[in-house]
Design a protein around this ligand. Structure first.
Ligand SMILES: [Zn+2]
Length: 281
């Protein structure tokens, strides 16, 4: 039996579409994510009601990451990489993205932004078997260690050295768990952590705005020919500076209108036979 088929028969719904094949581009994983998401929506026989923006063809990519999502006003951002080590490369000098290095250094220091990031900004990469793995973005650069390694490290640490949460992996999960964490909970706000949802992953629109501002604060500045400083991000692959001639308010409004038009366009139920029925997997 070919490897691909065997993988499919032996695994649960989370690995339903996953093959041991590794894709060559990040965008392949983005498309894979959309396919898995659509599959679970179809399986639950609900009309597509959430708004997912793939940023391959808009200018949000360099600002926010590859995918922005809005599930009943529960917002999230996802950055895709071909491997987990891509995340540490992105925030390491030299060779990393300058604005991402700045954001990462900031998240190490700012507990509030770090908490927002942990709930709303995710990294996604393939496991060795090719299924998607999710982790909080800011924790992705941390080395994966065993509990014993972490305890030993903490015990051996000099008393004056502080421990940073971002030096450790927070959690990781596969696609079904991620989908459940985003879509299964109501929008009750936590008493203990005001501004955050009581359950599940994702952040409020207020926190999204805070976080987008935070990301915007860590973009680079270049000076245009007339001497005006402009914010943007340097794209190393294309060797170009992508300028954002926009205010944070405008960017946020455009993001919201993109979410809304995506919702308006997705009102019909998926038709035809559906492979996986609820409860069957
Ligand atoms: Zn911040």
């Amino acid at each position: 039996m070919p490897n691909l088929l065997r993988g499919r028969l032996n695994s649960g719904v989370g690995h339903f579409f996953c093959s041991p094949l590794m894709f060559p581009y990040e965008s392949n994983y983005v498309c894979h994510f959309f396919r898995l998401w659509g599959n679970l929506e179809a399986a639950s026989r609900v009309a597509p009601k959430y708004s997912l923006l793939g940023n391959m063809q808009n200018d949000f990519d360099a600002k926010f990451g590859d995918v922005c999502g809005d599930a009943n006003n529960r917002f999230f951002l996802i950055e895709f990489k071909r491997s987990r080590k891509g995340f540490s490369e992105e925030v390491s000098k030299p060779g990393g993205k300058i604005h991402r290095i700045a954001l990462y250094e900031h998240l190490r220091l700012d507990a509030t932004c770090r908490q927002i990031a942990r709930q709303g900004h995710f990294g996604c990469y393939p496991s060795s078997s090719g299924s998607l793995v999710f982790e909080p973005y800011a924790h992705c650069p941390a080395a994966i260690k065993t509990k014993i390694q972490i305890v030993t490290e903490v015990l051996l640490k000099p008393a004056f050295a502080s421990i940073n949460e971002l030096d450790h992996q927070a959690w990781e999960c596969g696609f079904p768990k991620f989908y459940e964490q985003i879509t299964d909970y109501d929008s009750t706000i936590s008493d203990n952590f005001p501004g955050f949802f009581e359950n599940g992953l994702g952040i409020t629109s207020e926190h999204l705005k805070t976080y987008v501002s935070c990301m915007y604060d860590h973009l680079q500045t270049a000076v245009d020919p007339s001497g005006v400083a402009i914010l943007g991000a340097f794209n190393r692959q294309a060797n170009t500076f992508v300028a954002f001639n926009d205010t944070i308010e405008n960017i946020f409004l455009r993001l919201q209108s993109a979410f809304n038009s995506s919702k308006e366009g997705a009102t019909s139920l998926p038709g035809g036979p559906i492979g996986v029925q609820p409860g069957e997997a």
